[in-house]
Design a protein around this ligand. Structure first.
Ligand SMILES: *Cc1c(COP(=O)(O)O)cnc(C)c1O
Length: 417
């Protein structure tokens, strides 16, 4: 899409929607009338099929099938069956992905497995400005080793340079949660492997938003969530990737019965499963997992290349319109300007970001705020239209020109921003 050649007005945006090969997918989602939802990078929108699926799981599978449904409704196999469905979206093979638990929990498992695989090394490298839970979890993994392992925090270009013979693993989030900066997965992985270290990736902000090729890059482990771009619903389970070469070798330490070689033999001691199931702990949240499948199914009907193309066009358009139409209002682009270095989100820094975001939400444009000064907008290509970008900026212009964000009701802080 050659934005520069087009006159930018609402009609031009409507023309882009008319030419959008993904346009019909918006009908698979239930979005409140008139709302412009630019927060799918935090909680994806609800697929229309979700309510019927939830009803079926509760009434038929649970209500009627009762305990038989562990077999007859496929509940026991759901984590691996969904993992196989998700695998092609992230460049993984069947049997390398399992859907379970939360991102934080899965990160604990793979970091611990990495520590066990490199008993002579001491350092885990993470990005200091990353979503804090990743670094908190790494601290916990290090603490559990009683001082053998330490966490080193670096930023962007320092990461590759920090890798050396003492590095256990680099554990980086592919797309930065705040800026949207994309790290070079293949280059950092190659650098890690050259030093004998492992490469671990968090795909929370890339799975479903852009092509990811874990095996192409030779990645060792990965984690990510399904409730952001994959539209799995609030608290839907996360996923965990372990390259086939590590399965049976790199064991995660939370040795629950679902990771046992024979869970229903009820043996007195733990004997690890040799495949991806070893990364499971215990009974999974079947209702949430069933809903995650609804979101995944929509993705599997869309082409990831087309998703990325539209994502870049949406974010380019948003940056251009905000910079043109809100010039002089104090917004500074906090995301990479080069599209290839950017995920599916755009952040602007603004000293009054919090009240501005509140005023926008009150005007029906939902983005979010990340302390201390970032307003963040996520663009999910499956349901965000070009005309939504136009209308969102239109409402932002009205808020800035009219000083509406200064109203007292927009200054109050909520718990979740
Ligand atoms: C969203 C996100 C998480 C979420 O972790 P939970 O365990 O699901 O709460 C973790 N890390 C990153 C980088 C994220 O973006």
């Amino acid at each position: 899409m050659t934005l520069d050649a087009e006159p930018l007005d609402r009609a031009a945006c409507q023309a882009m929607d008319a030419a959008d090969p993904l346009a019909s997918l918006r009908d698979r989602f239930d979005l409140p009338e008139g709302l412009i939802y630019l927060d799918g990078n935090s909680l994806g929108a609800m697929p229309k099929d979700a309510a019927a699926r939830a009803h079926d799981v509760v009434t038929r599978e649970w209500g009627t099938g009762l305990i038989k449904s562990w077999n007859s409704a496929g509940w026991f196999d759901l984590p691996v069956r969904l993992g196989d469905k998700l695998a092609p979206l992230i460049g993984a093979a069947p049997g390398e992905v399992v859907v379970c638990d939360s991102t934080s929990q899965n990160l604990f498992k793979v970091l611990s497995a990495a520590v066990a695989l490199r008993p002579d090394r001491r350092v885990l490298i993470l990005e200091g400005s990353n979503f804090p839970t990743n670094n908190y979890i790494a601290e916990g993994v290090a603490a559990a080793t009683g001082g053998r392992v330490e966490v080193r925090l670096c930023e962007k270009d320092e990461i590759a340079e920090a890798i050396d013979e003492d590095t256990i693993a680099v554990a980086i989030t592919h797309v930065h949660y705040k800026s949207g900066h994309v790290h070079d997965m293949a280059a950092i992985t190659a650098r890690a492997h050259a030093a004998g270290a492992l490469s671990i990736w968090d795909l929370c902000h890339s799975a479903g938003a852009m092509p990811v090729d874990l095996n192409g890059a030779g990645v060792d482990f990965a984690v990510g969530c399904t409730y952001k771009y994959l539209n799995g619903g609030p608290g839907s389970p996360a996923f965990l990737f372990a390259a086939r070469r590590h399965q049976g070798q790199a064991l995660q330490p939370v040795t629950g019965w679902w990771g046992h070689a024979a869970p229903f033999a009820f043996e007195p001691g733990y004997r690890p499963q040799q495949g991806i199931r070893q990364y499971l702990i215990g009974t999974q949240q079947i209702l949430s997992m069933a809903l995650a499948e609804v979101g995944l199914d929509i993705h599997l009907s869309a082409d990831m290349g087309a998703i990325r193309t539209k994502s870049i066009a949406l974010t380019d358009l948003f940056i251009r319109l905000v910079e043109q139409r809100c010039a002089g209002h104090g917004f500074t682009l906090a995301s990479p300007r080069a599209a290839e270095a950017r995920g599916s989100q755009v952040s602007f820094a603004h000293a009054d970001g919090y009240p501005i975001m509140r005023a926008l939400i009150a005007a029906g444009v939902v983005g979010d705020f990340r302390a201390p000064d970032t307003v963040r907008f996520g663009f999910t290509p499956l349901y965000v239209r070009f005309v939504d970008v136009w209308d969102a900026v239109d409402r932002l212009v009205a808020i800035m020109d009219g000083g509406i964000w200064k109203l007292p009701e927009h200054q109050v802080r909520d718990a979740v921003t």
